[in-house]
Design a protein around this ligand. Structure first.
Ligand SMILES: Cc1cc2nc3c(=O)[nH]c(=O)nc-3n(C[C@H](O)[C@H](O)[C@H](O)COP(=O)(O)OP(=O)(O)OC[C@H]3O[C@@H](n4cnc5c(N)ncnc54)[C@H](O)[C@@H]3O)c2cc1C
Length: 407
């Protein structure tokens, strides 16, 4: 089959890899409008569940992705200058640039034709294609062209956010909340293997305009944020130019839902098909899971595609519903934060943690225990042991022979 993926993000590149692994005779191309190594945004977080999937599907890229990632342990919640409150858990973070480099290299090794600086503006320029994957992101031009057929529904989130980096290295996933005369403003920060950290700043539109962030230019806007978050940044800079890209801008989150993910031989994948609010850190995982799901269904012959696309669409949308609901709850929790912030950081941190739903009472007791240094270290030891076990189970700690492929 001739397969073209428009958009070289995690969805398009990972699907191209899996399509080639499934059948090397497929002719697969990825067309990406940005130059190689240029991408918006900084790091993204993910958890064991994604690594399990990646190791199961392609050990070579999984191993490289793990090497490019950094582990963070625990979460910190900082409320003005109050004592830090702690949450448990761990996760991994990888810069988008490193992740895309890993996936590009693997795709090219497998014979995928990855074309950079190739913006697709007219589908007829692609010639005869058996399967066209619209992996062209949240603003997908392909989806927009056929918005009526896909039944696209776009809801715009209320808050403003900007995706920045910082030279400060945060060891833990860190939430910092500052109260200004114009209302609350906060960031979500996490480390990155390259030595910087990701820092996403968020606030209500009222706070945003009252602080002048709607009119300040890039440099002045960043300077204003550095001033507001000075005590959490320890003199470090905020960075507003991601790899090879122009300045980051303030945005409003776009929640995308489609009635169907396919139209003829065009299939939506990743953010083009669905988005989940960044406060649950799942979009990359879901994009790669789409790639896995469709990769598993890929037939040898184009004639067998229609029922498989239908199955991909129906099962994908059904599986996604719970995550989209959780993401929506998380987004609304942050949108309604003003006036709800508890002066007690420990209580506030617990409310933050359970924003997606309620948990049994023992979770609260565990949370209280986690505030005590010695008990926090014990909790960390336990999760570290569980993490090693899981890594061993998926084969992460074993040696990966050169040239190892799935099939
Ligand atoms: C602030 C923020 C923080 C986030 N943090 C996390 C996180 O911690 N964890 C997580 O899992 N997810 C996170 N996400 C979500 C994640 O970034 C996306 O869900 C993920 O990138 C989706 O992958 P994709 O391949 O579908 O789209 P993208 O990564 O957006 O890739 C789409 C690609 O298509 C290209 N393109 C578009 N149009 C064309 C065209 N016409 N021709 C050629 N190329 C084109 C674009 O240049 C782009 O490279 C975050 C998102 C935001 C906004």
């Amino acid at each position: 089959m001739r397969i073209v993926c428009v958009g070289g993000g995690p969805a398009g590149l990972y699907f191209a890899i899996l399509a080639k692994l499934r059948d090397p005779r497929h002719e697969v191309a990825v067309m990406e409008r940005n130059p190689a190594g240029a991408t918006h945004g900084w790091g993204v977080v993910f958890w064991d569940a994604l690594l399990d999937d990646l190791y199961r599907n392609d050990r070579v890229s999984a191993d490289e992705m793990r090497k490019a990632s950094v582990l963070y342990e625990g979460q910190e919640v900082r409320l003005r200058d109050a004592p830090t409150a702690y949450l448990g858990g761990y996760g991994f973070s990888v810069s988008r640039r490193s992740m895309l480099e890993v996936l590009t290299a693997r795709a090219q090794d497998l014979g995928v034709d990855v074309q950079f600086e190739r913006e697709v503006t007219d589908l007829s320029e692609l010639g005869d294609v058996d399967l066209l994957v619209a992996s062209d992101g949240v603003n997908s031009p392909i989806r927009e062209r056929y918005a009526d057929d896909f039944g696209t529904d776009v809801a715009v989130g209320r808050n403003k956010y900007i995706w920045l980096g910082t030279t400060k290295v945060f060891d833990a996933f860190t939430f910092a909340f500052e109260e200004t005369s114009a209302g609350w403003i906060w960031f979500h920060a996490y480390p990155s293997a390259s030595g910087n950290s990701t820092c996403i700043v968020e606030c209500t539109p009222q706070t945003w305009s009252a602080l002048g962030l709607d009119t300040l230019g890039g440099v002045e806007g960043v300077a204003r944020l550095e001033q507001i978050f000075a005590r959490h940044l320890d003199g470090h800079a905020l960075l507003n130019r991601a790899h090879g890209m122009g300045e980051a801008h303030w945005l409003s989150f776009r929640e995308i839902i489609n009635r169907t993910w396919y139209r003829g031989n065009i299939v939506l994948m990743g953010d083009a098909a669905h988005t989940t609010h960044f406060t649950i850190g799942s979009g990359t995982k879901l994009a790669m899971r789409d790639a896995i799901a469709l990769g598993d269904l890929l037939p040898a012959d184009a004639a067998d595609l229609p029922p498989r696309l239908r199955y991909f669409d129906e099962s994908g949308r059904a599986t996604l519903r719970a995550t989209q609901d959780a993401a929506h709850k998380s987004m609304t929790w942050f949108e309604n934060l003003d006036g709800k912030i508890d002066d007690d950081p420990v209580q506030f941190a617990y409310a933050l943690w359970k924003r997606r739903g309620n948990y049994p009472r023992w979770r609260y007791q565990l949370h209280l225990a986690t505030q005590i240094g010695t008990l926090r270290r014990v909790r960390r030891e336990v999760s570290s042991a569980r993490r090693s076990l899981r890594a061993r189970k998926r084969g992460e700690l074993g040696r990966v022979p050169a040239g190892w492929a799935r099939r």
